[in-house]
Design a protein around this ligand. Structure first.
Ligand code: G6P
Length: 469
């Protein structure tokens, strides 16, 4: 069973009250859907709409178990505590986190509801895999309700250094919540060690390498929890195969024609999120035009910025800043028939994404902090032609895994980033091939099903309800 904030579908309520659904966005869904379809399992999650109560139902070969959230819970648990407290805190406080006690109360209440829904559905001795920062209290709550279960937790975003984490007024409860799991997985080794350090600093439990020993307060037998890195992958075969289809290849050509057949097409693809370094990237690009190192007749930047968390103030501010910056650069450097930046505030289906990846000479991933960044991996998977250059921020989990191969950048260093973008724009095709081959060896071997198999393999091999004295 999977427990995640979102179900892999979004519901829409029509005017006549009828309910329909469609696939929902986000890396988590992309990563887990194929695994669950094979596993004959259930998925507990929120429908994405307020006050929508729905019976469990079958979709895409999974049993989907919707959890209802009221409008005020969406504000406090989802937009508030998850995305205006935890999200900025876990991403190096790029935006200042807000701490509200009412948000915390809602977070606890909603986590309890998810735990109860999972407890009601799980088979005796079953395996439950809880996902991401929205549900960090669920492992302990679920263990209290169902001690027979084997519980795994995976954190898709960074786990911050304890010096930042300890700002959180409810830091101890979060750590204890996570320690309800048998296995706590992270994207990078550094995230796992940050967590173990937080356990040492904030609790009485003892640690030995990646193993945490939980003492039972009643003085009875305790148990062990393992914290380890399981870097997530993508459905690489799917992107590889999509990009080999003649229709997608024709669409990639059409995109380039529509853009005025530039010599160099650069591409950014992100949720419109302040962690993604979109402003830094656009600033660097604008300065390259200003300096005459790039010009709009020969180069263009396509920036896909998919709408995200639009009720959260920091996201509204970001949208305004990005759109003002794009407008200014286009006004200053654009010419009739040649825009400097093509800014698209939409999400696109995988087919269109594959065509964009195939069309792009340079892929710009310049996050200020990113758990992994799946777009970088999708770009590589789509490039079976072994062409294209990946510019990748050092602050992504993907950089830990993929280097050498990408051109690494520090997005805070605008001059350094300009030099790297200029080098990417003029890279010799043989050098592109050498790098892309290396990247594809890694990405094509690491399919997402291997990721989940390896996590579940470690979880199920752990001695259950270990006792120690
Ligand atoms: C990140 C998080 C996911 C989340 C996704 C989309 O990838 O790790 O948990 O689902 O962003 O964000 P949203 O707030 O729309 O669910």
């Amino acid at each position: 069973m999977v427990v995640a904030n979102r179900l892999p579908v979004d519901f829409t309520v029509d005017d006549d009250g009828g309910v329909s659904w469609q696939r929902s966005p986000g890396g988590l869904v992309t990563a887990l859907e194929p695994v669950m379809q094979k596993a004959d399992g259930a998925w507990v999650g929120w429908s994405g709409a307020p006050d929508l109560a729905h019976e469990p139902f079958e979709a895409d070969d999974m049993l989907l178990v919707p959890v209802t959230l009221s409008r005020s819970e969406i504000e406090r648990y989802y937009e508030g505590f998850s995305n205006d407290t935890l999200w900025p805190l876990y991403h190096d406080v790029i935006s200042p986190p807000t701490y509200h006690r009412q948000w915390w109360d809602a977070y606890r209440r909603v986590n309890q509801r998810f735990a109860e829904a999972a407890a009601a559905q799980a088979a005796e001795g079953g395996v439950v895999w809880v996902h991401d920062y929205q549900l960090q209290l669920v492992p302990k709550m679920l263990r209290d309700l169902r001690p027979d279960l084997r519980i795994g937790f995976f954190d898709h975003i960074p786990f911050p250094p304890v010096e930042l984490f300890q700002q959180l007024p409810w830091r101890k409860q979060i750590v204890e919540g996570l320690l309800g799991a048998d296995l706590v997985g992270f994207q990078r080794g550094g995230d796992a060690s940050n967590f173990v350090r937080a356990v040492r600093r904030l609790t009485e439990h003892t640690t030995r390498g990646p193993i945490i020993s939980i003492t039972n307060e009643a003085g009875g037998p305790g148990r062990h929890v393992r914290a380890a890195a399981f870097p997530i992958s993508i459905d690489s075969q799917r992107f590889d195969q999509l990009a080999r289809q003649p229709e997608i290849q024709a669409r990639a050509k059409e995109i380039r024609t529509d853009l005025g057949d530039p010599d160099v097409m650069m591409l950014g693809v992100d949720r419109l999120d302040y962690t993604k370094g979109i402003r830094h990237r656009i600033k660097a690009y604008g300065e390259l035009l200003q300096d005459g190192r790039l010009d709009v007749e020969h180069a263009t930047l396509v920036q896909v910025a998919s709408p995200s968390r639009e009720n959260v103030g920091a996201y509204q501010d970001l949208r305004e800043h990005v759109e003002i910056l794009v407008g200014r650069i286009n006004g200053e450097f654009g010419e009739l028939g040649h825009s400097a930046i093509h800014y698209l505030h939409h999400s696109y289906p995988a087919e269109e994404m594959a065509a964009l990846y195939l069309a792009a000479d340079v892929m710009l991933v310049t996050s200020l902090r990113d758990g992994m960044n799946l777009v970088a991996k999708e770009y590589i998977a789509a490039r079976s032609d072994e062409q294209g250059v990946l510019v990748l921020s050092e602050f992504t989990g993907a950089a830990d895994e993929l280097a050498p191969g990408p051109l690494l950048v520090n997005p805070h260093d605008i001059d350094g980033m300009k030099d790297i973008i200029a080098a990417a724009a003029t890279m010799d095709p043989r050098e592109q091939r050498r790098r892309m081959r290396r990247l594809r060896r890694k990405v094509m071997a690491d399919d997402v099903s291997k990721w989940s198999e390896s996590f579940l393999g470690v979880l199920t091999a752990m001695p259950h309800r270990t006792t120690y004295v």
